[in-house]
Ligand binder design. Sequence first.
Ligand code: ADP
Length: 533
Amino acid sequence: MKMMTKNKKRNKKIKETQHSSLIVRWVSIVSLTIMVSFLIFSMVIYSTVNQQSMKQQESVSNRVVATLNSSLVSIPKELQISNVIPALSPSTQRILNGGPTINHDSSSNSSAFSDALISSISNPDISVAVYNLHNEVVFANGEDTPKLHKFKGSSWQKVIRRNNKSTLITSQKIVSTKTGKVTGYIVVSNKMTYYNHLMNNLLHRMIIISLVAIVLFSGIAFFIVRDVVKPIKEMVGVAQKVNDDPNSDVRIKDLNRNDELEDLVKSFNKMLDRMQRYIDQQKQFVSDVSHELRTPVAVIEGHLNMLERWGKDDPEILDESIKASLQEADRMKHLIQEMLDLTRAEQIDVQYPNAYTNVNEVLSRVVDDLALVHQDFNLQLDVDDLPANTYIQMYHGHLEQILVILIDNGIKYSTDRKQINVSAGVTQNNVRIVVQDFGEGISKDDQSKIFNRFYRVDKARTREKGGNGLGLTIAQKLVESYNGKISVESVEGQGSQFKIAFPILTPQKLDKLKKIEAEKEKTEEPKKPEGIL
Ligand code: ADP
């Protein structure tokens, strides 16, 4: 047993640790996305700048090589200090030997060619070396003499990285124009100070910008996500409270943010209110039902007791008790049916959201049917003010049910004058139906109570007439479920008028509903109309 609870606790712990917060998840995703985007962006920029700058540096090195080469290709033999020096102009020699860069000697006959060489090799990044075929340096300038690497082909170029700095080495074979033979090698080393500085700077800045961007965007993402998650957390809290105590009236506070989250919170609160209403109704219903069923059950029990004691041998008591019990059983059956009707009346919007009804047709049908059943009554129908094609958004069975309740009451509570008038007409956008009787009437005080569940003006008398005090409650629930209104006007001893009103369907809305119903009929099997009479 102990082992089991331990295991359960461990499982719970594992579950809790597995449950990751939305905030952590979203912020991680945002940070990762930004990091990857920045990385790609930085790589593209870095490589583009790198390519462009490198091209520039290559062209500088190539120019020096070409200039030197053009001075040395005229030498027919293998290169030696003795033949290389004279091939270069005096000013170039001076530069190569570390002299001043600008030649003021007007007598010197330096050519434009050699001036180009001067300007190239006076660049402090450039070191030049000329090797002969025996790998001996026959010329060099600068502090570092660039080494000769073996290479195939006529020229060779490579970037060498040392101490985080790149050096561009360019080598070329010198081919004599006279003999066509290789006479030596030119090696030019380019330290590329500007390039190295530029690329290092760019790299540092990119790293710093990326880090700042990640921190900044993660912070922004954190606040945005926290803002979104907060109401969700509140909803979870409220849901848990309601789960623990279904009677709890805790709700989520209004967010005042005018977005989808506010809609969600509103719907969530509405759902809780509705659930609460159902729970309350359920409770009320159970308490009302048990109270109402107590009387008939007590009556049946009383008769059965009487039978058990004295009635078995007394045919008169036996007959009376059986009759009374059957009557009570019938009343119970009627009561249960009415309670079911009431429950259904409270859930109409779920069952018939798209139903529509022709008022004229239903009125004629109900009045004709009831006139047949109550032939001793004069049932009048006046629909002169009601256009034939007046439609309301309602399931026809429910309009029939309301009319039956009202006409039945008129008949039940009638006195000498056995007449019921049913009339209908149109006012503004509503259809109004009036059921008038000339019976006992209802006092002002009772008029406000008769729509309450199980309310009867005179309990004993109503019981005699088979009333349970549910008819008007059902009628009111049905009317209000379809956005209608029900009211009563009555004078005691003279009679009552029950008025109901419903919004008329516009032709456009009617067409829409007809289409929806037609679609539904295609996909579903047609429902059988419920019997109401
Ligand atoms: P019931 O099934 O008992 O008739 P209702 O809810 O229909 O229940 O009516 C509630 C009470 O209102 C009735 O018990 C009756 O006293 C009174 N009442 C209803 N309709 C009329 C009417 N047309 N004339 C007089 N009293 C009425």
